[in-house]
Design a protein around this ligand. Sequence first.
Ligand code: PRP
Length: 184
Amino acid sequence: MEDLQSELAQVLVSEQQIRDQVSEIAGQISSDYEGVDNLYIVGILKGAFIFLADLARELRIPHSVDFMAVSSYGKKGATSGEVRLVMDLREPVTDKHVLIVEDIIDTGQTLTYLLKTLKGRRPASLKTCVLVRKDRKSLDVAIDYLGFVIPDVWVVGYGLDYLDRYRTLPFIAELDRRVYDVPA
Ligand code: PRP
């Protein structure tokens, strides 16, 4: 991480922009779920952990936090679309008001899988909250709360990684091509 400047191409979403948007979304969720006795927030690991932590602490409604982890095959080629459940929730979500929190939508495969899986468990309601969506052709998946639309480039920071690095950067940046386009 020493030579971070040369590894990042440009900052796409600044720390301040993220902070403002997280507050905005938290306010919207708090008013939409006003009167609901408990909102069940489902963070998708690993990427969503930072967004979820900031978002949940700004909510003004009663809520619980749980996590799921999934992994996708063929993701880099973005064609095969097989998603696998790696870690499930601690509790059943039947009759609960569930909000899925994701850091990013790329192909849309992960969120499509999650919606199908959780819908099958018959929650009282099911919505989605996503910090960034890539501006590219993706599956038609419903996003109820969206932070930013970003260009279709490799992004890191605020939960997003490259080979598990850069997740704790406070902003979202485009990774320099030279980092991942290593000649064979
Ligand atoms: C990222 C992100 C989403 C998924 C979105 O997870 O957190 O879960 O990709 O991509 P999709 O729209 O093409 O399905 P990743 O597989 O990188 O795992 P991680 O969260 O553990 O980094």
